[in-house]
Design a protein around this ligand. Sequence first.
Ligand code: PMP
Length: 437
Amino acid sequence: MTPSTDLNLPLFERAKRVIPGGVNSPVRAFRAVGGTPRFVKRAEGAYFWDANDQRYIDYIGSWGPMILGHGHPAVLEAVQKAALDGFSFGAPTEREIELAEEILGLMPSMDMVRLVSSGTEAGMSAIRLARGATGRSKLIKFEGCYHGHADALLVKAGSGLATFGTSTSAGVPPEVVQHTLVLEFNNIAQLEEAFAVHGRELACLMIEPIAGNMNFVRASVPFMKRCRELCTEYGALLILDEVMTGFRVALGSAQSVYAQSIPGFKPDITVLGKVIGGGMPLAAFGAPRAIMEHLAPLGGVYQAGTLSGNPVATACGLTTLREIRKPGFFEALSARTQSLVDGLRAAAAAEGVAFSADCQGGMFGFFLLPELPQNYAKVMTSDSPRFNRLFHGLLDRGVYIAPALYEAGFVSGAHTEADIAETVAAARAVFKELAAG
Ligand code: PMP
């Protein structure tokens, strides 16, 4: 495709005139990798087609929600039916109860859940709830974890432990982030020190259990265990941000994966999004009853939303969850994801390219590094020009992965072995080019 015939290009130019950067969420703009974003015309199953009617195997799946692939027949039917009954009422519906019951049935750490419209909203509300429930202000987050763009969470590490973080965005006053302590992921010594100094003032510790916003970095089991123990000891609430991992890495989400190694492991508050909406704007946060009763209208922590529990979104999410809990769904999804990761590893090894990869359920990550990194600083030692060549090499061959080296990838129930084989063959061709220098 030459620039003169690429129909994505005029769309991008037009978009840039009316939308900042041409996109409604920054990473879509291809700023990290360069080139022209693909403007999607339509999607079906594991594929989408761009403005040139070029087909791509989609490993982003709307950044996680499309776990059944695009246009799953049961989901389409439920959404169409719900739309005919009305788009939004601003009054309760039975389907909200059904979705809440469905989520709680799959996630025993919570007794109650509140539905909202985005992961950002859910994360922001979870922090307010934690602060309201504990009467404390400070919070811990980890470098490389993203919890949405609430002011208090757009923070990077300060110069030392005793100093709190500095904002990563213009427009966030220093006073707003003065209570946010940013620590290194998987660093137990630093975590213990932070609790020793600030433990009694901490409302919560918020963490992505498998961090998908620095590609794919697991919290080590000892680290997660220590997070849990220290929160309990100091009376801070452990918030697991499972917006990405929820119903994606296992039917019981990441918390069920950690509970296999840490007996009795449970978060205090869970934040959900993405898969629970099946591609519609829907997210949630939940906790045991004693915590959730702090929320309005029962308690003093205010939280609300005009479109919360939207009837079309709940139909989409409910049907998605009912499909993924069918026997065998997760086993097949996990096996397919594993075969992708194994195939990519073998292709890189065959071409002599340093490579490491990991996956859990339908989520994966890979690095052009010989070993899996354990924290953000290590992730960022990746060679980004090489990643960009890999990205564009795959894109040219009809394979769409995240346009930044610090993002995870997603396989859906619609990806076939043939799709995986095509992807691995494309990757091998690109690895060959990388090996040639
Ligand atoms: N938390 C995590 C772990 C996420 O990955 C994201 C989005 N990628 C968010 C929160 C924010 O969700 P949203 O984009 O729906 O606001």
